[in-house]
Design a protein. Structure first.
Length: 315
């Protein structure tokens, strides 16, 4: 398939996003996959349809053909579908934002059709000139405070952050995003060009003593939290201590923002978190593997754990 290439962004993951035409039009159950979800819906989630869907999942995901899914198989299968599901969500947003149906999306359209409310009001009052022209100097200028004097999140700060991502994703700088550019805007952590604009959020969340860098203990906690399958990483960085040493290029026994950004790009791309929740909730006999029967018996729990799935109410 024709995925997004380096002209628009370098995807830091094994699975790229497909073209607009090849992207599903609707969200699906991540563990089931798109076609299996469509079959389940068509057959009103009958027991026979669920059993058939699970058989199909194992046919594709059970790499060693032992009729069980271990955590590695589960993560690889889930990550592939998670990427496609994200693409479906982006496609829904792209179509919604493209109010004039020209196949291109402006930041004005994003603000009006995807954000709306107080966000769009602040955006237009602070950053839009006459004739709907953007005040780029102000958007890209001095950064607004993250919160206002009452401690409430500041819309102006978020607007500037989003526009900076938009501006980098807009590869040809025409003020409009194609589908390929919109995907980079929507998933900035997966692309080299936009990664640095958003990766500092991870830094802030895990920098416990707020000194602007990671010590080994802080990095060890982060590494062990998000890396469930070390085998998916290059051998020399599977151990958090080894990765920390490799990343610490100035040998000061800490990781600066720049060292963390540069060293971890691409290595934490796979989504381990949701599969680990599925394994914990569905693995009824605690053997760290999922059987077909366990998946069928815990199907509703799987839906509740699915970040993407929004149609579970119809069950």
């Amino acid at each position: 398939s024709s995925g997004i290439n380096a002209e628009y962004g370098v995807l830091m993951s094994e699975h790229s996003f497909p073209s607009l035409e090849e992207t599903p039009d609707s969200i699906f159950i991540t563990l089931m996959g798109y076609q299996n979800t469509q079959d389940l819906i068509a057959k009103d989630y009958s027991e026979e349809a669920l059993a058939a869907a699970v058989e199909n999942v194992f046919y594709e995901a059970d790499l060693d053909a032992d009729s069980l899914l271990d955590i590695k198989e589960l993560v690889l299968w889930h990550d592939k579908n998670d990427k496609l599901n994200s693409g479906a969500a982006f496609k829904i947003d792209f179509k919604k934002a493209d109010s004039n149906n020209d196949g291109l999306v402006s930041f004005l359209e994003i603000s009006e059709n995807l954000m709306g409310g107080s966000f769009d009001k602040v955006f237009r009052s602070k950053y839009v000139l006459k004739n709907d022209e953007l005040n780029r100097d102000r958007l890209l200028g001095k950064e607004a405070e993250m919160v206002d004097k009452d401690g409430i999140p500041n819309d102006a700060y978020m607007i500037q952050k989003l526009y900076k991502v938009f501006d980098v994703a807009d590869a040809n700088q025409d003020g409009l995003l194609t589908w390929e550019e919109f995907v980079v805007y929507s998933d900035p952590e997966s692309y080299k060009e936009t990664f640095d604009l958003v990766s500092r959020v991870n830094m802030a969340n895990h920098d416990k003593n707020k000194d602007g860098k990671f010590d080994l203990r802080e990095f060890d906690i982060l590494h062990r939290r998000i890396v469930i399958i070390p085998e998916l990483l290059p051998e020399e960085i599977r151990n958090p201590k080894d990765m920390f040493k490799k990343c610490d290029t100035d040998n000061d026994r800490s990781l600066s923002h720049e060292e963390f950004d540069e060293c971890t790009k691409g290595h934490f791309a796979a989504n381990h978190w949701e599969p680990s929740i599925i394994m914990k909730e569905v693995d009824q006999n605690n053997d760290q593997r999922l059987s077909k029967e366990e998946i069928i018996n815990s199907f509703e729990d799987i839906l509740e754990s699915d970040f993407h799935w929004e149609d579970r109410d119809e069950l």
